[in-house]
Write a protein that binds this ligand. Sequence first.
Ligand SMILES: NC(=O)c1ccc[n+]([C@@H]2O[C@H](COP(=O)([O-])OP(=O)(O)OC[C@H]3O[C@@H](n4cnc5c(N)ncnc54)[C@H](OP(=O)(O)O)[C@@H]3O)[C@@H](O)[C@H]2O)c1
Length: 260
Amino acid sequence: MIDTRLAHRNVLVTGGAGNIGAAISRAFAAQGARVAIHYLAQDVPAPARAEWAHLTPAAGAADKLAAELGNGSFAVSADLSAPEAASRLVEAVVARAGSINVLVNNAAHCESPDTLDTLTHGSLERHYRVNAIAPALLTAEVARLRRGDDPLCVVNVTTDAARAFPGQTGYGTSKAALEALTRSAALDLAARGIRVNAVAPGPVQTGWMDEEVLARATAIVPMGRVGEPDDIADAVLFLASHQARWVTGQVLQVAGGHAL
Ligand SMILES: NC(=O)c1ccc[n+]([C@@H]2O[C@H](COP(=O)([O-])OP(=O)(O)OC[C@H]3O[C@@H](n4cnc5c(N)ncnc54)[C@H](OP(=O)(O)O)[C@@H]3O)[C@@H](O)[C@H]2O)c1
């Protein structure tokens, strides 16, 4: 039996009640960790377009998941597109849990269409606020509020298409910024024993692929299937575990060979 040394650790998972986020929250709870399940604030304006409906607040889902996980897990809301959200979120979690030992930057904003033709200042800004700026500020905040030499590490969730994502300009480039942050923050924080890594998922079936898209995605994954949320959660868990104690600044592609 491998001891991940995550029992009794406090883990903040942003978007922790979403599709992959819930799998990540469950994986940490199964190791005995207390999970602060972050979800989108309830008072955000209704999405302007039907395809952004996934931005609908999920307070009920986060509370339900916290009850299911046990270990003192709890739900906490914040709109990560707001400038002051990162410090408020970290302060709220530290006030409740006493400390944060693992930060998982999983929440993401993704719009469609997102091509060079449809790009606007606003669409770029919305992607960068949630996908790059908030993770950077959250990383800085958890490092700042760390209690003494408490164990602390950060795992970012990017995309295996961050190097080049044609047709997803705002989303793809904001995730590339998150990968660059992973390496820079890892170097800035290494001497303090704080590790920063990332998991870069390939296409994961979370309901966004209809049969046709699923068939197309399956065909371009060398291992012959698309991902499941648990494929990503297990990799996040590994990077946060004692077993990855000398791993930092890495982006681990979890994609069945896709986009190598
Ligand atoms: N699914 C894939 O194929 C795939 C592939 C590559 C990478 N990824 C990455 O995997 C991660 C999880 O994706 P997913 O597929 O599980 O998507 P998802 O279910 O839509 O999860 C995204 C989460 O981000 C949160 N969020 C969005 N905007 C926010 C805001 N302004 N403030 C706070 N929270 C916000 C949402 O919170 P609420 O739940 O409260 O709305 C949601 O839980 C993301 O980083 C995504 O980029 C996914």
